[in-house]
Design a protein around this ligand. Structure first.
Ligand code: GAR
Length: 190
């Protein structure tokens, strides 16, 4: 049984969806949700679904002993960033090589980088009159949104779409594909 840890900073709709997908699945389970935000709704969702939670601050995340001890004590095989807004520390990337994934709500390399997250991405897509957007699931490296791309899915954007309409389309893509992509990665890596 593979063990997944999710890092999230906000609402946690992806985290909830991933937890539910793997509940009752013999192959993998979400064992831990970690958040930098003590009032993030993701913590309520995790508790409701009986998944352990940890809240941390910047010093803890950047402390190799604290961070690694926690992840190793839960025997984590794969780390999933689902709406996690801090830079993921290099010391953990060195230990979990090719085992940290992120989801981004746009077709990278477009609309990536610092400050490009959540609704800011959708506002930029609408402002630029894009005719399509989508999601990117990628490995995490030391630069924001620049790791190797694993999967992308697209949706059309109408000229009448508001950024909220775009957000809805993106949420649908995320919910349809993210858990399945995680499952495929885990099975490919044995
Ligand atoms: C998701 O749309 C995710 O793609 C995005 O934040 C949202 C989190 O929603 N991530 C980024 O923008 C990362 N740069 P959720 O908390 O409901 O899962």
């Amino acid at each position: 049984m593979k063990r997944i840890a999710i890092f999230a900073s906000g609402s946690g709709s992806n985290a909830e969806n991933i937890i539910k997908y793997f509940q009752g699945n013999k192959f993998a389970e979400v064992v831990l949700v970690l958040s930098n935000n003590p009032v993030a709704f993701v913590l309520n969702r995790a508790l409701e679904l009986n998944v352990k939670t940890i809240i941390f601050d910047k010093d803890q995340l950047n402390d190799p002993v604290w961070a690694l001890d926690n992840l190793l004590s839960y025997k984590v095989d794969l780390i999933v960033l689902a709406g996690f807004l801090w830079r993921f520390p290099l010391h953990l990337l060195n230990v979990f090589q090719n085992k940290v994934l992120n989801i981004h709500p746009a077709l990278l390399p477009k609309y990536g980088g610092k400050g490009m997250y959540g609704i800011h991405v959708h506002k930029a897509v609408v402002a630029n009159k894009e005719t399509e957007s989508g999601i990117t699931i990628h490995y995490v490296n030391e630069h924001y949104d620049e790791g190797a791309i694993i999967f992308q899915a697209k949706c059309s954007i109408l000229q009448s779409d508001t950024f909220n309409d775009v957000a809805t389309k993106i949420r649908q893509l995320e919910s349809r594909h993210f858990p399945e992509v995680i499952q495929n990665i885990l099975s490919e890596n044995g």
